[in-house]
Design a protein around this ligand. Sequence first.
Ligand SMILES: Cc1cc2nc3c(=O)[nH]c(=O)nc-3n(C[C@H](O)[C@H](O)[C@H](O)COP(=O)(O)OP(=O)(O)OC[C@H]3O[C@@H](n4cnc5c(N)ncnc54)[C@H](O)[C@@H]3O)c2cc1C
Ligand SMILES: NC(=O)c1ccc[n+]([C@@H]2O[C@H](COP(=O)([O-])OP(=O)(O)OC[C@H]3O[C@@H](n4cnc5c(N)ncnc54)[C@H](O)[C@@H]3O)[C@@H](O)[C@H]2O)c1
Length: 456
Amino acid sequence: MRHHDLVVIGAGSGNAVVDDSFADLDVAVVEERWFGGTCLNAGCIPSKMLAHTAQVARTVAEAAAYDVDAAAGGLRWRAARDRVFRRLDAERDKGRKGRRGQDFVTVYEGRARFTGPRTLRMERFAGGPVDVRAAQVVVAAGGRPLVPPAVADSGLPYETSDTVMRIDEPPRRLAILGGGYIAAELAEVFAAAGSAVTIVEKEQRLLGPQDETVAQRFTELVRPRYDLRLGREVTRVGGSPGALRLTLDDGSTAEADTLLVAVGRIPNSDRLDLEAAGVATHHDGRVIVDRHQRTSAEGVFALGDISSPVPLKHVANREAEVVAHNLRHPDDLISCDHEQVPAAVFTQPQIASVGLTERQCRDRGLDYAAGTACYADTAYGWAMEDTTGFCKVLAEPGSGRLLGAHLMGPQAATLIQPLVVALALGIDAATLARRPYWIHPALTEVVDNALRDLDR
Ligand SMILES: Cc1cc2nc3c(=O)[nH]c(=O)nc-3n(C[C@H](O)[C@H](O)[C@H](O)COP(=O)(O)OP(=O)(O)OC[C@H]3O[C@@H](n4cnc5c(N)ncnc54)[C@H](O)[C@@H]3O)c2cc1C
Ligand SMILES: NC(=O)c1ccc[n+]([C@@H]2O[C@H](COP(=O)([O-])OP(=O)(O)OC[C@H]3O[C@@H](n4cnc5c(N)ncnc54)[C@H](O)[C@@H]3O)[C@@H](O)[C@H]2O)c1
């Protein structure tokens, strides 16, 4: 049996664990699909590159609002897709080649599964299986799209975020199952590319877990753009490939050429024979880790979507830093928390949040105040002719301790960062508003105004 000092399962965020400080060890990385993982190949990065492209198309289409004459020629899908994936596929290949070129790293291309405590079988695509034993293992195998039985059992074709961004033509009619992150972002991409979009979401609002004002206003803003079927689920997928007929739970129907399934993701823990390794999981399939990212099995760590309560890339990256340190420093372990993780939805308008929502404040019985400000009341908001953007800041009355912040509007994902820093460092609302200067007339004034609104 082959021995390695360290085996990393999954070359997404797991790949970031291994740097030159591991060069004195015998390291193995096993990857069954694509170097760079979901983020690079089918997630954050292509979706944002396409979302930005959609935004450019929309800016051109709305240029008249700024007294600019522009000919809206539409989005050339194939060209945009090829531009995006030419770059990203090259990055993937560079990452793979770089790893293969390191003499302290063995790359296994294939699927890993446990056969016992810290022992694994590498089912290689070429060359047959290899059994290995490792002193330490990092499980970073991520997750995959969840496909409900009504779709899976239909025998009809469907797309997921793994495939839809690489299709040859935008569908004339796209139905999206789910109204969360992926639906919100990719609906805009395909609408800009010319698709008529129907969204079927089981809750009454899109982006339900967002702060209630955000979810409500976003849903209303996009209502004229899409055929929204809210509070509905699909009970049957019928028709034929390219001419699908979705039957919803109220008996209504929706016709589509293509169905995109975006109802959440599940961890890949069920494909690793974790029981053999003594690695325990939560009921939802996530690997159980302590705050040092250690699993229930000695010498086995986990990180990213396979274990995280917050399946986002910046969280996976932070966890990878923690694991990289802890592998090398067993007597000086570091940890990460998931308390105040910011998140953004890259839609038009953008959405960003950190900390508690108003509902969470109420559910926890917290006394809180809300300060709000509109983009339309700032000079740069005037420049942008913005009429819908806002910032809401939640704080403890008296102390001004920040509890949460929610923005919807242009550049929200960037504007929220001072609030993220303040929450992380325990800076109260009044200090954040009054101590630093806020550049005039930048969009950041909407954040300053929301903080000052808490005093009124
Ligand atoms: C469409 C989309 C958009 C997103 N946008 C954002 C965003 O804007 N911002 C953000 O923060 N997050 C975003 N995310 C989430 C983000 O992509 C994930 O949180 C992140 O990629 C998780 O990293 P990971 O390393 O845990 O998993 P992954 O990146 O999925 O990596 C896991 C790797 O393990 C491999 N693997 C799995 N099982 C095995 C096995 N048995 N043997 C060998 N290899 C295996 C897989 O092939 C994969 O390459 C998005 C996700 C999607 C789907
Ligand atoms: N900008 C970002 O950070 C970003 C972008 C895309 C994806 N992601 C990550 O990927 C994950 C997966 O994204 P997602 O959009 O698939 O999941 P999601 O959890 O964001 O949204 C899923 C939606 O589907 C609905 N739903 C569930 N079952 C349904 C059913 N049977 N019928 C109709 N609706 C149903 C849910 O109510 C929910 O609104 C996200 O949770 C996030 O972690 C992040």
